[in-house]
Ligand binder design. Structure first.
Ligand code: SF4
Length: 302
C-alpha cells in the first residue's frame, strides 16, 4: 500500500481558507449557485442545504409570543424609520415677520420687470419670459405689439412671422403656439379681454398657474403668489417649506405671508435670488436678511 505523504495526511484547520479563494467548488465546472441548488435536497430526502425553519407549535407560540412579536415589529419598522423624513417644523411667525420686514427694506422698489401697457401685453410677455431674461423680452415686445396690438390680431397672426419676431427669446416655436392658442381662447371665450380669475386664466391654452398669478398680481392688482425657480430655492433656504413642487410651495407660503404682500413677496424673492442668494454660491456675508435665514441646504457661500 502506498504511503501517504505527510502533507496529504495533514488535516485542514477548521475554518481555514485559502487566500484569494472562497469555499472550494464541489465539482469542477459547476458554479456555486448550481451546487447550492443541488445541495438543498438529496434524493434520499436528507437535507444538506440551509435548515428549514421549524414550525412553531401553539405551545411554543405562546411561550415565545412576546419575543416573536418584538422581532416582527422590529424587522419591517427599522428600514421604514430610516427612510422616514424628519418632521418639518413650521417657521416661527416672529422670524417670518422679521424676514418680510428685512426683504421689504432691502427691495423697496421691487416691481414686475417686464414692460407692459395692458393685461394682454403682460400675459404675452410672461409667456415669452420662460427660459429667457426680462431684458431680452423687453427688447422683443415693442416690435411684437406694434405689429399685433390686441388678442384678435395675435390670434390670427401668421405663425412664421410670429416665430421670426420672438425668435431671440428661445423656444420660439413652442412660445408661438402658446401665444396663438391662448389668444384664440381669449377671443373665442372672453370677447378679446384677458380674464380676471385664476381659474379662467389657467383654463386658457398655454397659460399655467405661474403666468396667471403674474397677470393677476401685476395687471389687475389681485394678490397672487408667483413661484418660479428663485422663489422655490429661497423658500427652501429660508426654511419656509421643504416642498419642491411649485403648487405645493404656493400653498405652503399662503398662510405665512399676508395676502396683501403676496405679489410683492414674489418680487422680493426673485430680486434677492438674482442679486444675492444665487443658486450656486449665495452671498451670505453680504445678505441683508442673513440674521433671519437658517440657510437650509446651503453648503457653499461667500
Ligand atoms: S443668508 Fe445666505 S442662504 Fe440665506 S438668504 Fe441670505 S444669501 Fe441666501
Amino acid at each position: 500500500m502506498a504511503r501517504k505523504s505527510p502533507r496529504s495526511r495533514r488535516k485542514p484547520a477548521p475554518g481555514a481558507r485559502v487566500p484569494g479563494k472562497g469555499r472550494a467548488r464541489a465539482t469542477p465546472g459547476r458554479t456555486r449557485v448550481a451546487v447550492a441548488r443541488r445541495t438543498k435536497a438529496t434524493p434520499g430526502g436528507a437535507r444538506t442545504g440551509p435548515k428549514k425553519k421549524r414550525a412553531v407549535s401553539s405551545r411554543d407560540a405562546s411561550k415565545h409570543a412576546p419575543k416573536l412579536a418584538g422581532k416582527r415589529a422590529a424587522t419591517p419598522a427599522a428600514p421604514a424609520a430610516a427612510k422616514r423624513p424628519r418632521r418639518f417644523a413650521p417657521p416661527a411667525p416672529a422670524r417670518v415677520a422679521a424676514l418680510l420686514a428685512g426683504l421689504r427694506a432691502a427691495y423697496p422698489d421691487a416691481r414686475c420687470e417686464l414692460d407692459f401697457r395692458s393685461p394682454l401685453h403682460l400675459l404675452i410677455a410672461t409667456i415669452l419670459s420662460a427660459q429667457c431674461t426680462d431684458e431680452r423680452v423687453n427688447q422683443v415686445t415693442p416690435k411684437l405689439f406694434a405689429r399685433y396690438p390686441d388678442a384678435r390680431s395675435l390670434a390670427g397672426a401668421d405663425p412664421h412671422e410670429l416665430e421670426t419676431i420672438i425668435r431671440s427669446t428661445g423656444f420660439y416655436r413652442m412660445k408661438a403656439r402658446a401665444i396663438l392658442s391662448c389668444c384664440a381662447d381669449i377671443v373665442g371665450k372672453h370677447g378679446g379681454e384677458v380674464p380676471r380669475t385664476l381659474e379662467s386664466l389657467t383654463a386658457l391654452r398655454g397659460v399655467g398657474r405661474k403666468t396667471a398669478n403674474v397677470v393677476l398680481g401685476n395687471a389687475y392688482g389681485i394678490p397672487g403668489l408667483v413661484v418660479d425657480t428663485h422663489v422655490t430655492r429661497l423658500a427652501n433656504r429660508f426654511g419656509l417649506t421643504r416642498e419642491r413642487d411649485a403648487v405645493k410651495i404656493e400653498f405652503a407660503l399662503m398662510p405665512l405671508v399676508p395676502r396683501g404682500d403676496w405679489t410683492l413677496f414674489s418680487h422680493w424673492l426673485i430680486l434677492h435670488g438674482r442679486r444675492v442668494c444665487n443658486a450656486r454660491k449665495p452671498n451670505c456675508s453680504g445678505c441683508p436678511v442673513a440674521a433671519h435665514c437658517p440657510r437650509v441646504g446651503v453648503t457653499v457661500s461667500c
